[in-house]
Write a new protein. Structure first.
Length: 137
């Protein structure tokens, strides 16, 4: 049975004004000017799974190199990861699948993880996105 969970960033946007203290603050700041492409309630979350709504904040979006880093991050964990944008869901271990999402800067993706290390996996993905995939911009 599929359940739906609220995203971690529901109601986000209240930024303290100082420099971001952690990846979560970076993403919350970025979300102030971001529009959702999916409503969190429309993203399927498998039973026992976790959902995070995460903005793409790097200039080039989820391009080939960024997708490869995303997959490398996911592969460090046992959890099953799926990524949703505009009603399309792809596996988090597929570079080609991630590319088909066309997630440009400002896009918010829904990332679900199911497994014993799901929270740690989502934390690592969140940090990767907050770091702009290691890109300068």
């Amino acid at each position: 049975m599929t359940g739906l969970l609220k995203p971690r960033f529901a109601g986000a946007g209240a930024h303290s004004g100082g420099p971001p203290a952690c990846p979560t603050e970076v993403l919350r700041t970025a979300m102030d000017d971001t529009t959702y492409t999916d409503e969190p309630s429309e993203i399927p979350v498998p039973e026992g799974g976790l959902l995070r709504m995460l903005p793409i904040v790097n200039r080039k979006g989820l391009h080939a190199r960024a997708s490869a880093k995303f997959v490398q991050t996911v592969e460090r964990f046992e959890s099953t990861v799926a990524v949703t944008r505009a009603g399309e869901t792809v596996g988090g271990r597929s570079i080609m699948g991630l590319l088909t999402l066309g997630a440009a800067k400002g896009t918010v993706i829904g990332v679900t993880a199911v497994g014993s290390d799901a929270a740690a996996c989502l934390d690592a993905i969140e940090a990767l996105l907050a770091d702009r995939f290691g890109e300068d911009e």
